[in-house]
Every structure is written in C-alpha cells, then in structure tokens.
Write a protein that binds this ligand. Structure first.
Ligand code: NAP
Ligand code: MG
Length: 489
C-alpha cells in the first residue's frame, strides 16, 4: 500500500505526484525508511482548497440520506481493507498490528455512527411573543474544513473529524502528521473506493509549520479542526488572520485517584492499561497517580508486577504484543528527560527506566514501562505531559487533598477514579475540573458521548451529536405571517 501512496497528494478526487520536496518516513521499530512523502506546495494547497470549495456546493445540498449512504460505503470500504491499512499504520507508527487493526475498525465504526447521525440533523421551531411570527432554527454546514492531526492515533483522530464533517455537509482537507502520513493517504484511497465525490475529501502532506500553517491562514478554509499539542493549538488560535471556527483537542496531564475503598486489582489493571497503552502516547494517558497512603505499598507492588508482565515487540513481527515502538525519538527523549528530572528530585524508581535489551530493540525507539514513586509536583512527570511510558505516583491522606492535586494543572482533558464508595465517587467526580471523568474504568471516550478538554486541553467536542455540531452553523429564520384573505363559505 505504501509504495502506491508515496509522494502523492489526493486533490479533487485524483492522485497527483507532489511537486514539493521529499520527506522520509521512518519505521520507528527498525529505523528503516518505509517511503517518502511530498511537502505540498502553495499551488497545491490552493488547488485543494479550490476543489473543496467547489465540491462543497453540491455536497452540502445533497439530501442527507445520500451523504449517509456515502459514509456507510466509506465505513465498509475501510473495514474491508483492515489488514492492509493496519499494516501501513504499524509500519509508520509502531503500535502492534492487532491494536492497529482495532483502530482501523473503530474508524469504520465512526463512519457508520455519523452515517446514522447525518439523517438526524433536525432544526427547531421556537415560540415567539406573538402568534403571527414563527422562528425556525435550521442547521447548515460551515463549509470547507482543514483537519490537522497528530501521529499517535493516525486513523481515529482523522476519522472523528472526517465523518462528522461529511455527515454535516462540509468538505475537508486533511493534513496528517509527517510521522504518519500513509494512514491518511490510505483513508483517501478508501474514499475513492467508496465513490465519495471528487473534492469532498482531500489529503495534503508536509510539515505542519508550512502546510498546516498555510491552511490556518487560508481565507478559503472556514474551520480548522485540530488535534495536537497545546503549544501548536495556541499558535493556531493566535495566528488565524481572519475569524474561523476552531476546534482544538489538545494535550493532557491526566490524573488517577485511587482511594482507600478501591478494588485494588481493578485499579492496577486500569492504571497499567491507561499509563502504558500505545507506549503512553495518548492524550488521555494517565500521567500521575494519587493513591491513598494506607494502600500505597500494596498498590506499587502490584503495579510493578503488572507493568513487568507487558510484552514489548516489533508491532509487525509481534502483532499481539502489548506494546510496540514509540513513534519517534522525540517522545522517547522527553520520557527519559522526565524520568531523569524525577530521579534527580528524589523520586524512587519502581520499575523500568531503560530500553528493553536485545538485538530486536537495538535500532528502534523502545522503552520499558516505567513507574516512579515518592513524587512531588516539582517534578515534570507530575506537572507536564510526558507522552511516553512513564507514570509518577504520590500518596495522599485525604480525598480533598487528592482532588486539589489532581486539579493542580493547566490541563483538563481526562481524569480517572477508582473507588467503591458511592458518596466518594460523587464527591470526587463533581469536583474534578476535566471534560472526561472515568470511574472504575479507564476508557474515558465512547463514540456516542461528547469528548473534549477544558482549560489548556482545548475547545470543542468530538464524538456524539456534539461532535457534529462543531461542523454546523445555526440559522434563525424568523417569519411574519399575515392572515390570508379567506372567503368564508
Ligand atoms: P503537534 O506537534 O502539535 O502536531 C499536531 C499536528 O499539527 C501535526 O500534523 C503537525 O504537523 C501540525 N503542526 C505543527 N505545527 C503547526 C503549525 N504551526 N500550524 C499548523 N499545524 C501545525 O502534536 P504531536 O506532537 O503530533 O502530537 C502529540 C500531542 O497531541 C500531545 O500533546 C497530545 O496530548 C495531543 N493529542 C491530543 C488529543 C486530544 O484529543 N485532546 C488526542 C491525541 C493527541 P507535523 O507533525 O507534520 O509537523
Ligand atoms: Mg510535534
């Protein structure tokens, strides 16, 4: 799949050999180059915007049932190609193949979810102060969307934008991360297979600072849907030269609170999954754990045992491994930096702390799941987003203290609680200043509930009906009626 997609851009329903400079794409498990992409040029960016604008005229006017059918076809096309698409993702991102397959199937699910939502874009009739007026509130698609996405979930993070936008009647230009462009190009190929009309879906590859920034500044793009770091999100907000709709799904620094009443085994299982899955490269990863002092020692012992059981491998050769390679040297270096900072400030290494040994790991970006205890908020592991397989643990004495520490961050994406005391659950979840709170589980997002961050974690929502509202404008039509001249019989 990769060789067919290399150096191509998808504009106006056709594949173009990119005119711009070439950028290599690495397999993070081996350090080998899997192919090159082309950096889209200003002329190519303009061509994509022109195609999306032209397509918007007809796509937005299509009966929603037709858009719904197109999204169902797209979901079916993606599910039919799950093996090839997952392989492409693993080769460029590093996650184990089985996990990549799961992500591709979730992308297909997003297509089907929004296919169903497309036919439920209802308006409202609002009561007026007089009977001769009627107010209709109708929903209309915003226009052309620029979607800019990161590398940790190369399919899903495109999918939520793509599916909601298309359901709403918008057209889209996708700029994937340089690290994981081939999954995005593969999605474009599926759009082609599903006979989505030309110009409705376009993919431009290249550096964010050039191609992404040009999309942010382009007057022909009506909305930017961005997932990525808070720093780039803020830059986007500040550098929009005209008013644009924005949705920003940004970084996190997510806490887990484990109270004295918690089911300890369940808490450990949740902590391991959400701290280390995808090598911790998840915006909703557990970064820091607050555990009640009375259970700290037992919790740490169990957490260590569970972390050491995780199998790390090359995601292609070990499709069922728990963990693959990290996506690049950057998050790996940040993980090492946060670890060194914690140890220098007095934290204790519980497990991990180095790369796994052996020839299989010698050339890729691998690291063992790492736990540090005795942490304080002076340490980066507790105060910044690590985005790697490192978690910090700190003991607390009272629930109020745990909540205060959990909220002591500029971020507000997701938070986690393990507690078997219902009063405690209600008290804590009401006070956590986060867009998502998962209690006695660690899967904070489901397709039909809104998912979004607060504070520096962003604005807007994905998933659910709320996710589709991000692609719609409201229009209030207020009509005055006169009594018709009726001849009485
Ligand atoms: P990033 O550096 O912010 O990059 C995200 C995307 O923005 C990439 O496509 C990047 O392009 C592009 N970009 C970079 N500079 C840009 C600019 N000046 N204008 C427009 N686009 C620009 O983030 P990342 O390192 O890829 O991803 C990790 C971050 O994403 C973490 O902070 C994580 O928490 C966050 N994240 C958030 C969510 C959520 O739902 N809230 C989900 C997943 C990840 P290039 O990479 O090609 O340069
Ligand atoms: Mg980056």
């Amino acid at each position: 799949m990769i060789s067919e997609l290399a150096e191509k851009l998808f504009i106006d329903g056709s594949w173009r050999q990119g005119e711009g400079g070439r950028i290599p794409v690495e397999n993070p498990a081996t350090g080998g180059i899997i192919g090159h992409i082309a950096a889209a040029t200003p002329v190519e960016i303009d061509a994509a915007v022109a195609a999306a604008r032209k397509a918007f005229k007809s796509w937005s006017r299509l009966p929603s049932v037709e858009r719904s059918k197109a999204l169902k076809r797209l979901g079916d096309a993606i599910a039919a190609e799950v093996d090839g698409m997952a392989r492409t993702m693993t080769l460029e991102q590093g996650k184990p193949l089985n996990e990549a397959k799961g992500e591709i199937l979730k992308l297909a699910e997003a297509c089907h979810f929004y296919a169903e939502e497309a036919v439920r874009i209802h308006g409202e009739i609002i009561p007026n102060t007089t009977n001769d007026h009627e107010s209709l509130v109708v929903r209309e698609p915003i226009g052309v969307v620029g979607a800019i996405t990161p590398w940790n979930y190369p399919a899903e993070l495109i999918g939520w934008k793509l599916c909601a936008a298309l359901a709403a009647g918008c057209t889209i230009i996708i700029k994937p991360a340089e690290l994981t462009p081939f999954t995005a190009l593969a999605i474009a190929r599926m759009a082609e297979n599903a006979q989505i009309p030309p110009g409705v879906v376009n993919v431009l590859t290249g550096p964010g600072s050039k191609v992404g920034q040009a999309m942010v500044e382009h007057p022909g793009i009506d909305k930017i849907a961005f997932t990525g770091s808070s720093a780039v999100g803020l830059r986007i907000q500040q550098s929009c030269p005209t008013i644009k709709r924005l949705s920003l799904e940004l970084g996190g620094n997510c806490p887990l609170i484990v109270t004295a009443s918690a089911n300890l085994d369940a808490a450990v299982k949740g902590a391991v999954r959400r701290s280390f899955r995808n090598m911790g490269q998840i915006c909703i990863a557990i970064n820091r754990i607050y555990v009640h002092r009375s259970i700290e020692a037992e919790f740490l012992q169990k957490l260590r045992a569970a972390a050491e059981k995780l199998v790390i491998g090359n995601g292609i050769e070990r499709p069922d491994a728990d963990l693959g390679a990290m996506a690049s040297a950057e998050p790996l270096n940040k993980t090492k930096e946060h670890l060194a900072d914690a140890l220098a400030k007095g934290a204790r290494l519980v497990t991990g702390g180095s790369a796994p040994e052996g020839e299989a790991f010698a050339h890729g970006h691998f690291f063992r799941p790492t736990v540090v205890a005795g942490c304080t908020h002076a340490m980066k592991v507790m105060s910044e987003e690590t985005f790697g397989p490192l978690v910090g643990v700190m003991a607390f004495d009272g629930v109020a203290e745990a909540i205060e520490r959990a909220n002591d961050t500029p971020y507000g994406l997701a938070s986690y609680v393990y507690s078997k005391d219902m009063d405690e659950v209600r008290y804590i979840s009401a006070r956590l200043d986060y867009g998502n709170v998962a209690v006695n589980n660690v899967d904070a997002g489901i397709m039909n509930a809104p998912y979004g961050g607060r504070k520096q974690s962003g604005v807007g929502y994905e998933h659910g009906r709320e996710g589709m509202l991000e692609y719609l404008n409201f229009k209030h039509i207020r009509i005055r009626y006169d009594e018709p001249k009726v001849t009485e019989r």
